[in-house]
Design a protein around this ligand. Sequence first.
Ligand SMILES: [Zn+2]
Length: 256
Amino acid sequence: MLSECKICGGSIKNDFINGISICQNCENRWDIEDPEYKEYLPAVEKAKKAYILSYSENASSKDVNQAVYLYKTAIMQCSSKTGIIAKGFTEQCENEKNIAETNLIYLKAKDIFNKEDYEKAVLEFKKVEDFKDSQEYISKCQKLQQDQKRKGLPFNIFIGILFSLILFIFVNGKLNLNIYVYILPFIVVSALLSCAGYKNSTLSGVLTLLSFAMFLPTIVFVVLLYVFHLNFISAIVSAFALSVGFTIAVLLLSER
Ligand SMILES: [Zn+2]
């Protein structure tokens, strides 16, 4: 194996995966033709395939995943060898495997980014923030997340008001006070819920789901309480029982 450049005497760096020795000074290159190196050719073939897969343009997660597997196999095939070439080759494979694993996280983050889940994408990009253009993506995500939140504000206010309305209809069913008593608490609760939904997207999702799930029972409750004059507890229980029964019936009928 070359220890120094044949032309300028500069130091040599060996790329065992691609089978070449490169002068660090004049950048001339030669094939590695050491007999010991030839012993590792089956492992080298795997590593070379992995290298091409992981550095190809538009490499998918599947490609990079396969590359990681191939590097691992190549490393394993040389694990019992102790020569200087085996050591160099294994080190290079480990290094490339780590890069490929980082790339996998990066690709996953990009995938989440494309699905417009910027909150989750930021968390993934932060795991590999020094890799490729992760930093740029982090800034992009933070900006888009703000835009998304701003766009969602009217909806969060709507859900805040709707949920408070449902809440106060049930409270009033029990307390039956003058309507003016509710105005201030209603404004406060609506504002708090709107604000909480705006700040936390998970909470916003839960409130939306609950509001829609409560919609039918609330209407039935109002009818039972004020039209049929059932007492509070009976009206609640019947409203939920009827709504659940109705939903199941609709689902069963639509299945047919
Ligand atoms: Zn040279």
